[in-house]
Design a protein around this ligand. Structure first.
Ligand SMILES: Nc1ncnc2c1ncn2[C@@H]1O[C@H](COP(=O)(O)OP(=O)(O)O)[C@@H](O)[C@H]1O
Ligand SMILES: [Mg+2]
Length: 238
């Protein structure tokens, strides 16, 4: 029987480095001889992408409340779990996701007041046996997140990036509280996302090794390929 792939979710506020680190994590898993695919949430599958655009449009027009968003996000997620996550894990391919259901808890639950217990129950119903092997929370300050995204080239107009500091404070607090209790009964790993990119990537690799059940690397004795890979990230991403 094929061994099921590992499922890892990156979380954090805007600019935390989720997209960057998810892509590096996917490459790292491949360098370990595994098969790995990247996905983002909401979206990732045909109907999921359509619902993503719908949610963004309604959010921009202030035409939906927190509960409507929760329902739409889980509808989108249901397609995504079945069409993408289950399909990949089932053939032994790892899945690295840029956000998923913890974002619904942080944004719609903690910041907008939707009922957290309902979100947790919906998580159980929709994710079923496809809950992640680990959630990596990239923790950064709100100032740093806003600074990074205002200078970033954005390919998409995301209305959730335009909410105020007060909103993000609630989101960030929510993430920290969830991490503390391993919310949704899966292991959370907090990585300091304010470090230079190469060091964040290094910490993420440590978490990936833990999730894969590999032994810890001595930070003072990284094999040469690790060092050169880190240097190339640094020169590429700054
Ligand atoms: N550790 C880091 N230090 C400095 N800049 C970073 C770091 N990680 C990511 N960035 C930059 O910050 C911006 C936002 O990163 P991104 O990965 O898109 O974050 P997210 O997906 O969480 O919003 C990008 O321009 C990216 O290159
Ligand atoms: Mg991103």
């Amino acid at each position: 029987m094929i061994e099921r792939g590992k499922f890892i979710i990156f979380e954090g506020i805007l600019g935390a480095g989720k997209t960057t680190q998810a892509e590096l994590a996917r490459k790292h898993l491949i360098s370990l001889g595994r098969n790995a695919n990247y996905t983002r949430e909401p979206g990732g599958a045909t109907a999921g992408e359509v619902i993503r655009r719908l949610i963004f449009r309604l959010k921009k027009e202030k035409a939906i409340n927190a509960d409507h968003q929760v329902a739409l996000f889980f509808a989108s997620r249901d397609f995504w779990v079945r069409e993408f996550v289950a399909a990949n894990l089932g053939v032994g391919c790892d899945v690295v996701s840029d956000r998923s259901y913890p974002s619904t808890a942080a944004y719609q639950g903690y910041a907008e007041g939707a009922d957290l217990e309902s979100i947790e129950r919906m998580t159980e119903i929709i994710m079923e046996e496809y809950k992640p092997d680990g959630i990596i929370l990239l923790d950064i300050s709100i100032d740093e997140g806003i600074k990074r995204t205002s200078s970033a080239n954005k390919d998409e107009d995301d209305p959730y990036d335009k909410l105020g500091v007060e909103y993000f404070e609630k989101v960030a607090r929510g993430y920290r509280e969830m991490a503390k209790v391993n919310w949704s009964d899966v292991p959370w790993h907090v990585v300091n996302g304010e470090q230079p990119l190469s060091l964040v990537a290094h910490d993420v690799r440590g978490v990936l090794r833990e999730i894969l059940g590999l032994k810890k690397l001595d930070p003072n004795r990284l094999p040469p390929f690790e060092l050169s890979a880190l240097q190339s990230y640094t020169s590429r991403y700054g």
